[in-house]
Each structure stands twice: as structure tokens, then as C-alpha cells.
Ligand binder design. Structure first.
Ligand code: GNR
Ligand code: NI
Length: 170
């Protein structure tokens, strides 16, 4: 396993549409292992492959609380089948937008269909933190970041801050 660097806004790869995975081979198994290691090290509750520069439709998630048994999920080619009507507001952060947290409204429950590492097709009904994390991670596969749901004023402030940091870092 290897920890991989996490891309930071405004890296263009965070805005790309990721490609479906056609075959679960050793390369994909290694990628999933690297993503889990990178997520746990960060630490984060989810990570999408484009955040480490791999434009493939795979995400990893673990919403188990500290001190609880780890519950790693690997979702390949995930799709949301249905959303609840009920919407909740939660504070989100993103490893690609470090140290900032903003309230976002999203459906409180979703049903997600994905393929696991054994090639099995799974339908999972998610609520609470898992439902929010699933939506946040799946957005990454389509180049969508949670700041896209903020007011234009707030989003532009965040973008400016990171553009300036990127310029300074050269
Ligand atoms: O670690 C993370 N925490 C988090 C908190 C609220 C809503 C979503 C997230 S996902 C984030 C890790 C990340 O950036 N995944 O893409
Ligand atoms: Ni994120």
C-alpha cells in the first residue's frame, strides 16, 4: 500500500469527469488500497479517486467514529438510484479544500448502487453521515465540489483564496 498526495483546489483534475471502470484487476485493487490508506492517514471519512489524480469512478468511505471498528466501503461505478424528499443541512469539509467548513443542504437519505471489489453489485440505502458522504464523494466523480452549492460570493472567496495560495506556491 502507498499513501498518495491529495490534490488541492484549483487543480483542474478535480473538475474532470471520471471514467467508468471496466474491469476490476490488480491495478484497481491497488488503487483502492492506496485510497483507503490515504483517507485514513488524512484523516477523512471519504476519498474519491480524482482527489489523487486518478480519473476513475471509484470512491472509498468509512464513517465509523473514532474508537469504533473500521467499516471501509469501496464503491466502483457508483450511481444514486433515489433521493429522499427530506433535506438536511450539515457542515461539510473537503480534503481538497483544506481547513474550510461550510453548511450544505442535501437530501438526508439516498439509495446508491455500486460494484464492490469482488465484482458484486450492491444496492445500499444510506442515511445520516453516510448519505451525505456518499453524495459528496459521488460529486467528485463528476468534477463537482461542495463549494459549488454555496452562494456565488462565498464560492468566489474560497476560489480566490486557493488561487492565491497556488500562485504563491508557484
Ligand atoms: O473527511 C471528510 N469529511 C466530510 C465531512 C462532511 C461532509 C463530507 C466530508 S468528505 C471529507 C473527505 C473528502 O474530501 N472527501 O472527498
Ligand atoms: Ni471531498
Amino acid at each position: 500500500m502507498a499513501k498518495r498526495p491529495i490534490l488541492i483546489l484549483p487543480d483542474e483534475r478535480l473538475r474532470a469527469i471520471a471514467e467508468p471502470i471496466e474491469k476490476i484487476d490488480d491495478g484497481i485493487r491497488q488503487l483502492a488500497a492506496d485510497m483507503l490508506e490515504t483517507m485514513y492517514d488524512a484523516p477523512g471519512i471519504g476519498l474519491a479517486a480524482p482527489q489523487i489524480g486518478e480519473l476513475k469512478r471509484i470512491v472509498v468511505i468509512d464513517v465509523a467514529k473514532e474508537g469504533e471498528e473500521p467499516e471501509p466501503l469501496v464503491m466502483i461505478n457508483p450511481e444514486i438510484l433515489s433521493y429522499s424528499d427530506e433535506v438536511i443541512t450539515t457542515e461539510e469539509g473537503c480534503l481538497s479544500i483544506p481547513e474550510l467548513y461550510y453548511d450544505v443542504d442535501r437530501p438526508s437519505e439516498v439509495t446508491v448502487r455500486y460494484t464492490d471489489l469482488d465484482g458484486k453489485d450492491i444496492d445500499l440505502h444510506a442515511k445520516e453521515r453516510l448519505a451525505i458522504c456518499v453524495q459528496h464523494e459521488l460529486d467528485h466523480l463528476d468534477g463537482v465540489l461542495y463549494i459549488d452549492y454555496l452562494s456565488r460570493l462565498k464560492r468566489d472567496r474560497v476560489l480566490k483564496k486557493f488561487q492565491k495560495q497556488a500562485r504563491r506556491a508557484g
